[in-house]
Ligand binder design. Structure first.
Ligand code: ZN
Ligand code: ZN
Length: 304
């Protein structure tokens, strides 16, 4: 039997013994939504995650995946929702005007993200609902809204601990390290691991390895193959092999490729994942490797 196929069921079995913390990717695609038969399994919606823990709704990014997530909120009843943003490129905010809880006065929504120079988070969001871009003005929003600026640092929200770090991508972009109980997840949706086009200070390479260090799960930008990257240097995204290298250097348990290229079909992703796994196993790597898929719950050990 192929060693790759032997390794994966054991992984799934171990993960299903988790107790109460899980992550769902509601959108895995980068740049633009890509519906169609070629992207059914890994998904065509753009960036959106939900951390499920004790009934709290913690959402990360508001790409088109936040629309079906909003329908889930409507179905289960009004809620207190936190939306943490990595940055304001279209694929990370374009689902927000279609997030149904916005229009329910019983919902309470707090949006937390990095201000861009002197433009605050509320203006960045209200801007995309201006009349030139969208028919319904932000003033129609009925939910109780709050906006908060977030910078690099460490934060706590109940028993969820978050560390936030600036990463290499055009504009001011954040990555999140989230710890609940014994589980640590790192979300790094858009980040170019190599190159020197972003000046984020000396020692950034070591800081990002420490940031993902010993995480149970790392979800990292893996938009390009090595061949494609040769023509995309400076575009703000990483390769599959760069993400694997980071996971190995950081001693990460499981890596999920993310921010799938809009032109990447499910079959191509399957092939890439299999090749990268083979290569990693042949090097004796202990990192479990897969590609993030839409609407799949990833359970994690909470330590409770
Ligand atoms: Zn993006
Ligand atoms: Zn981006």
């Amino acid at each position: 039997m192929d060693p790759v196929t032997r390794a994966q069921p054991a992984t799934v079995e171990a993960l299903t013994q988790a107790k109460g913390v899980s992550l769902r990717c509601w959108g895995t695609r980068g740049s633009i939504p890509t519906p169609g038969p070629g992207t059914v399994r890994y998904g065509g919606n753009t960036t959106c995650f939900e951390l499920r823990h004790g009934g709290a709704r913690l959402i990360f990014d508001a790409g088109s995946g936040i629309r079906p997530l909003g329908l889930d909120v409507v179905e289960k009843g009004p809620d207190t929702i936190h939306i943490f943003l990595t940055h304001f490129h279209w694929d990370h905010i374009q689902g927000f005007p279609f997030f149904a809880p916005l229009y329910d006065p019983e919902d309470s929504i707090k949006v937390i993200g990095p201000k861009q120079k002197d433009i605050d988070v509320q203006n960045l969001f209200a801007g995309q609902m201006g009349p030139i871009y969208f028919p319904i003005p932000f003033s129609v929003v009925a939910a109780e809204m709050e906006f908060e600026h977030l910078n690099e640092g460490a934060y706590e929200l109940g028993d969820v601990r978050m560390e936030v770090m600036r990463v290499r991508h055009p504009s001011f972009v954040l990555a999140y390290r989230i710890t609940v109980g014994e589980s640590t997840i790192c979300l790094v949706p858009d980040n170019e691991l190599e190159g020197d086009m972003y000046d984020l200070g000396a020692g950034w390479e070591k800081r990002i390895v420490d940031f993902v260090g010993d995480a149970d799960l790392l979800i990292h930008d893996s938009m390009y193959t090595d061949e494609e990257y040769a023509y995309r240097v400076g575009w703000g995204h990483s390769t599959f092999s760069q993400a694997v290298r980071l996971a190995e250097e950081g001693g990460v348990g499981r890596l999920l490729f993310f921010h799938h290229d809009p032109n990447r079909t499910d079959e191509e992703l399957d092939r890439i994942v299999a090749d990268v796994r083979d290569e990693a196993l042949s090097r004796g790597s202990s990192v479990m490797i897969d590609a993030a898929a839409e609407e799949i719950d990833i359970p994690l050990e909470s330590g409770t």
